[in-house]
Design a protein. Structure first.
Length: 452
């Protein structure tokens, strides 16, 4: 910038000097000659004041010629002013020297402009290179940000989707990002606590159900005990007089009724025993019969009959305790919804399709789990001929602690836990109800093994 200002001042001084020179020769005005001499002095002063700036745009030889030329021009000008009359030869020498000085300053100015343009071009190139480097740095930072933050967050969001579906699987912590590892570990601690609370909730509901079942089980035990007592009395009274066949018949009755009582007690103990979830091959028809041993007394109180239409050889991988709790909760709910009802429990073997729900029924839940997992499913259906579930109540039946019963007659966790257990097995549940046409509960559970 300083180089350009010095050349501009020098060029301006020379141009003003030539202008005053023309006035001198045109009007023969001595004042114009004096002004031209002053501008020559200004030009010499600029050469002395900015040697470094001028040296950057001109060769030393050029600057020396310019200095000597200005001095010669000033001497010629002073001599011309002193002459009287004017000398034409002096005038021509002044014009020639002034023209030479103008050419020298113009060359310096031109060279300075060339250097300036070159500097501007270099600055533009540097700017383009700088923008390129900045863009590359932005891309690098973006790539690093995507790899270290955005991609792990997206993966975390994807891994959290099963939680929204009720599957509390622990998150993998194989990440290079320490913050993501800490976040996933925090989520895992939260999931462990939720799982522990969920299991305690299921166990509390199970214990509450045992309290309700005890009266029914007591009634069920009373029948075999009465038969045992009657057979024992006959044995005591007829021991010496009865024939061998009668004695054998009474003894066999005692043995059969004892076995019946043992099965009832074992079923109650199995239901109440707290165990970790474990999958095993479960015979559905047999599991339903063992369940009916526990709730038959309660079912009979309401006059409800239960018909088992499950194929005797139908099995599936499941936790027998939890699946039995599903049957107990669903059958109890159905039996308590009215009197003299008829319950039909059926099951359909492994298939990719299921029985369609009634088109005009109100449905809550979903049955699309076989579509997302590409697994054949066992479909279990529990249908009653009651009055149905009110349409304003049906959408809320899976909510925890929602109940329509009187206080003290239920916590409102039965269907919520049923849904939890079914989802824990990788299945799904839906309930369809029509006013005046009863309710149908449909469960779909994987048969085991994935299919393409």
């Amino acid at each position: 910038m300083e180089d350009g200002m010095a050349i501009t001042r020098l060029e301006t001084a020379v141009q003003d000097m030539r202008r005053e020179e023309k006035n001198l020769f045109l009007y023969q005005d001595p004042n114009a000659g004096q002004e031209a001499s002053k501008f020559a002095v200004l030009a010499l002063q600029e050469l002395d004041a900015s040697p470094a700036a001028l040296a950057a745009v001109g060769e030393p030889q050029q600057l020396a010629q310019l200095r000597s030329g200005l001095q010669e021009y000033q001497n010629l000008l002073n001599h011309y002013i002193e002459l009287s009359p004017a000398d034409l030869g002096s005038e021509n020498r002044i014009r020639t020297e002034g023209h030479h000085l103008s050419q020298l300053t113009e060359k310096l100015a031109l060279h300075e402009r060339e250097l300036l343009q070159h500097a501007i071009a270099n600055a533009k190139s540097a700017q383009v290179i700088g923008i390129g480097i900045f863009a590359a740095l932005l891309l690098l930072v973006g790539w690093r940000l995507d790899r270290s933050v955005i991609t792990p967050v997206k993966q975390l969001m994807q891994d959290l989707n099963p939680i929204a579906e009720g599957r509390f699987d622990r998150l993998e912590t194989d990440s290079r990002n320490t913050e993501m590892i800490s976040l996933r570990e925090a989520f895992n601690r939260m999931l462990d606590e939720l799982e522990a609370r969920r299991r305690r909730l299921i166990q509390s509901e199970k214990l509450a159900a045992i309290g309700v079942l005890v009266s029914g089980v007591a009634h069920e035990l009373n029948n075999p005990l009465s038969n045992i007592s009657s057979s024992c009395q006959l044995l005591l009274e007829e021991l010496d007089t009865a024939d061998h066949a009668s004695l054998r018949e009474w003894a066999q009755t005692i043995d059969n009724e004892t076995e019946r009582a043992r099965r009832i007690v074992d079923a109650l103990l199995d239901f109440g025993r707290r165990q970790e979830p474990r999958l095993e091959t479960v015979n559905l028809a047999d599991l339903l019969e063992r369940t009916l041993l526990l709730i038959r007394g309660q079912v009979r109180k309401s006059g409800t009959t239960v018909q088992n239409h499950i194929p005797p050889d139908l099995t599936l991988p499941a936790d027998p305790q939890r699946l039995q709790q599903v049957f107990i909760n669903l059958l109890r709910n159905a039996a308590e919804s009215g009197e003299n009802l008829s319950l039909h429990v059926s099951a359909k073997a492994c298939s990719f399709s299921g029985t369609p729900l009634p088109k005009d029924a109100t449905v809550v839940g979903e049955l699309g789990c076989h579509l997302s997992k590409r697994q054949p499913m066992v479909e279990i259906s529990i249908e009653d001929n009651g009055s149905g579930i009110p349409p304003d109540t049906l959408p809320r039946i899976f909510e925890p602690f929602f109940t329509t019963r009187e206080p003290g007659h239920g916590m409102g966790l039965g269907l919520y836990i049923v849904q939890e257990i079914i989802q824990e097995h990788g299945g799904c549940i839906a309930i369809a109800s029509q006013a005046g046409h009863g309710t149908r509960v449909v469960l779909r559970l994987p048969c085991g093994g994935h299919h393409p």
